[in-house]
Design a protein around this ligand. Structure first.
Ligand SMILES: [Fe+2]
Length: 326
C-alpha cells in the first residue's frame, strides 16, 4: 500500500497533471501565439487542444487549490504535488516522454520477450503509429521541399518558442527535434505526432482508469495515515485499517476519480470541430479513422479472449478522446 501510495503521487503529479495537462497547455498557448488559424499545422493541432485550457483552469480552482481535493485526499498535498511536478517537468523530454516506444524502451520493457503481456505498450505503440502515418501524409504534402520548411516564419517562430526558456516567456521544452529550428520534415513529423499522441492516448492512459485504481484505497491509496513501516513483522489487520483514510476521505476520492474517469467528448479522429477541408487532409483523416478502427477491433478481440486474464480497455481508440478535456 505504501509503495502504491508513492506511485500514486508520481502518477497524479507527473504522468497525469504535469506531463499531459500542464505540458500541453504551454504548447497550446504557444501554438495560438505563433500559428495563424489558417496555418496547416494549426488546423492539424487545434482539435487536440479542445477544452484543455478550460479544464486546467477548473482543476486549479477546484482540485489543486489550497485546502481543496488534492490537499484532502492525497498524502503529498498540494505543495507536495507542485514540488513533484516541478522536478518531473524539468526532466521531461518531448522526444522521450511523448514517444511511447522510446519511453517504454528506456524502461527496458519494449522487448516482448522481456515482458510478453504488456497491453499498454502494445496498444500505445499501435495508436502512436496510426497518428504518425496521419501526420506524415499531411506534413509531407504541405512541406514538399526543404525551402518550404526553412521559409515558413510562423513554423520557425513556433519551434523557437517551444524551446525558449520559461524565464524568457517560452515553454522551455527539452528534446524538441531541431532544438528551436526545423530543418526537415522528419523533425516536424516527430514533434506533431508527439503532441497529438500526448493529448490523446497519453492522457487517456493516465486519466480514465483513475476510478478503477483509486476507487478502492487499499488497491492504490492516494492517502495513507501514520508512518511508512520499516519492519516486516508484527502487523495486525487493525494496524492496516488504521493506515487507511476515513470514510469521508474515501468517498471524496471515489466521487472525484469517478468524475475524472468519465468521457464527455468524441473519439480520436472523430473531430468535434472540422478544420481540415483540402482533399489530402480529408483523406488522411479518413485513413486515420480506418486504422484506428482496426486497432480497436484487435484490442476488443484480445480483451474478450479467454486467455486474457487482465483485459486492458484503456487504449481502445474508441475510448480515446481527441483532447485533454477532463
Ligand atoms: Fe485528466
Amino acid at each position: 500500500m505504501w509503495y502504491n501510495n508513492a506511485d500514486a503521487a508520481y502518477h497524479q503529479s507527473c504522468t497525469h497533471l504535469g506531463f499531459t495537462h500542464l505540458m500541453m497547455e504551454g504548447i497550446a498557448v504557444c501554438t495560438h501565439r505563433n500559428l495563424s488559424p489558417s496555418h496547416p499545422l494549426f488546423k492539424l493541432l487545434a482539435p487536440h487542444f479542445l477544452f484543455l485550457l478550460a479544464i486546467n483552469t477548473r482543476g486549479l480552482q477546484k482540485l489543486i487549490n489550497p485546502g481543496g481535493w488534492v490537499d484532502k485526499t492525497t498524502t503529498m498535498g498540494c505543495n507536495g504535488m507542485f514540488e513533484i511536478v516541478k522536478r518531473g517537468v524539468k526532466a521531461w523530454r518531448l522526444d522521450v516522454h511523448a514517444v511511447p516506444a522510446v519511453e517504454i524502451a528506456r524502461r527496458g520493457v519494449l522487448d516482448k520477450t522481456v515482458l510478453p503481456y504488456y497491453p499498454y505498450r502494445d496498444d500505445a505503440v499501435a495508436v502512436y503509429e496510426a497518428i504518425e502515418k496521419y501526420v506524415k501524409s499531411m506534413v509531407e504534402h504541405f512541406y514538399d521541399s526543404p525551402e518550404k520548411v526553412e521559409e515558413d516564419g510562423e513554423l520557425q517562430s513556433w519551434a523557437a518558442e517551444l524551446v525558449k526558456s520559461k524565464k524568457r516567456g517560452g515553454c522551455g521544452i527539452r528534446g524538441v527535434p531541431g532544438n528551436g529550428k526545423f530543418t526537415d520534415v522528419e523533425q516536424i513529423i516527430v514533434t506533431m505526432t508527439a503532441i497529438i499522441s500526448t493529448c490523446s492516448l497519453g492522457h487517456a492512459a493516465a486519466n480514465f482508469n483513475q476510478y478503477d485504481e483509486y476507487g478502492f484505497p487499499p488497491n492504490y491509496p492516494g492517502i495513507l495515515c501514520g508512518q511508512v513501516p520499516t519492519q516486516k513483522v508484527g502487523f495486525t489487520e487493525k494496524n492496516i485499517f488504521d493506515q487507511l483514510p476515513s470514510r469521508s476521505v474515501t468517498l471524496d476520492t471515489m466521487v472525484v476519480t469517478r468524475l475524472l474517469s468519465s468521457r464527455g467528448t468524441q473519439a480520436l479522429g472523430d473531430f468535434e470541430v472540422q478544420y481540415l477541408y483540402d482533399p489530402v487532409s480529408v483523406s488522411a483523416a479518413k485513413q486515420l479513422r480506418q486504422d484506428l478502427r482496426s486497432i480497436s477491433e484487435a484490442i476488443r478481440k484480445r480483451n474478450q479472449s479467454p486467455h486474457t486474464k487482465f483485459p486492458y480497455p484503456w487504449l481502445d481508440p474508441d475510448g480515446i478522446p481527441n483532447s485533454i478535456s477532463i
